[in-house]
Write a protein that binds this ligand. Structure first.
Ligand SMILES: *Cc1c(COP(=O)(O)O)cnc(C)c1O
Length: 375
């Protein structure tokens, strides 16, 4: 039997967030409305300035999504269509899709026990195939990969590194944030992310002035100046409304959000000891705790997920399929080896609810259900 006292615990709760941010968000909408300026104006410029300062980079370029941020970063860094790009099979499909959209061929190599790309295997892959032009590692779950190892791979193999930081806003390792080891980072402002807009958005992060300028052009039809189109760009602009809400209501709360996530993660880690749910944790450094992934080490993961859901727990799966198995890439891309660890985690991973508006009694309800089902 699962607990009778089950309270539904949602994976995310944007209605609760609204109660908290309402006044600031309405003020931001009012400001944009009164300004009469709706696209690429003061709000986007100021958000980019404030977010770059928060992240610790020279330039932030607001775009329409995390997917676009990766594609534009690859193109702005000069990765030509037709080139091979090494990446992880265990991620949101958007990572692979961005590589395809940049006209490149994805090459997937396996992950390690933290869920992130195995950088030792990446080293071997890059040595074996000198035609690989770039690496797109993902700081999956918010766990930071080793920035020195990424820098070494870039230098030793002469490749460009574009980091997928969609889940890692706030992560830190060796005193630096993610996204700064290579040419650029790309993050997502999708509502569930650590810094989520009230809709879609993404940001390219870089210290490279020329890359930043090309990214600004690519997001706006590839214009150099008005009506002067120097390459085939996208329409991928962050809205003034989203930028204003981010600036006034969300970015000022981000450090608090991250602190809440860290408290919940610590409680889960302690409370799951002795259960058959193994927290998939960061090896080194400070995770941004975008997700709280666990590996189901005993029993059928789908049955465990079903029982936890019956107990009202909004469990997720990140991700149930590895990218190369998706029909969208049938016959496309190269898988290196069996991708055994990625496949095992894809089968056995569950995500427990973790978001800034989760209440203490809900965290305890999640743990009680986990102990009951997997104790
Ligand atoms: C969310 C996410 C993306 C895509 O971001 P969107 O804003 O939804 O396009 C890419 N990569 C990872 C790892 C993500 O989690």
């Amino acid at each position: 039997m699962v607990s009778e006292s089950a309270v539904p615990v949602a994976a995310n709760d944007f209605a609760r967030q609204w109660l908290d941010i309402r006044d600031d968000a309405i003020g931001a909408v009012e400001r944009v409305g009164a300004s009469g300026w709706l696209i690429l104006g003061e709000e986007v410029r100021e958000f980019e300035r404030e977010f770059a300062a928060w992240w610790g980079v020279d330039h932030a370029i607001g775009v329409a999504s995390g997917l676009d941020a990766i594609e534009i970063a690859l193109r702005a860094a000069g990765i030509e269509p037709g080139r091979r790009v090494l990446t992880t099979p265990l991620t949101a499909f958007a990572t692979t899709l961005a590589i395809l959209r940049a006209g490149c061929e994805p090459v997937w190599c396996d992950v390690d026990e933290s869920g992130g790309l195995d950088l030792g295997l990446a080293d071997i892959a890059l040595r074996d195939d000198p035609t690989i032009a770039a690496l797109v590692p993902v700081h999956l779950y918010g766990h930071p990969l080793d920035p020195d190892a990424l820098r070494r791979l870039a230098a030793e193999h002469g490749i460009l590194v574009i980091e997928d930081c969609a889940q890692s806003a706030g992560a830190e390792r060796d005193g630096s944030p993610t996204g700064v080891a290579g040419a650029a980072g790309a993050t997502s402002l999708y509502p569930t992310k650590n810094l989520g807009a009230m809709g879609d958005g993404g940001v390219i992060l870089t210290d490279d002035e020329a890359l930043a300028e090309r990214a600004r052009s690519l997001r706006d039809y590839g214009q150099a100046g008005r009506y002067e189109h120097v390459e085939a760009g996208l329409n991928s602009r962050l809205d003034e409304l989203q930028a204003a809400i981010l600036r006034s209501a969300l970015l000022p709360r981000l450090d608090g959000f991250l602190a809440c996530r860290a408290v919940i993660a610590a409680r889960y880690e302690a409370g799951l000891r002795g259960t058959s749910l193994r927290p998939i944790t960061a090896v080194v450094g400070r995770s941004a705790h975008h997700l709280f992934p666990v590996e189901v080490t005993a029993g059928d993961p789908l049955e465990v997920a079903a029982r936890l859901r019956e107990a009202g727990i909004g469990v997720g799966r990140h991700y149930p399929f590895v990218c190369p198995d998706q029909r969208a890439v049938a016959g496309i891309g190269i898988s290196l080896g069996e991708l055994a660890v990625a496949r095992r985690l894809a089968t056995r991973e569950l995500s427990l609810p973790i978001h800034p508006y989760l209440e203490e009694d809900e965290v305890e309800a999640v743990l009680a259900a986990c102990v009951e089902v997997c104790g």
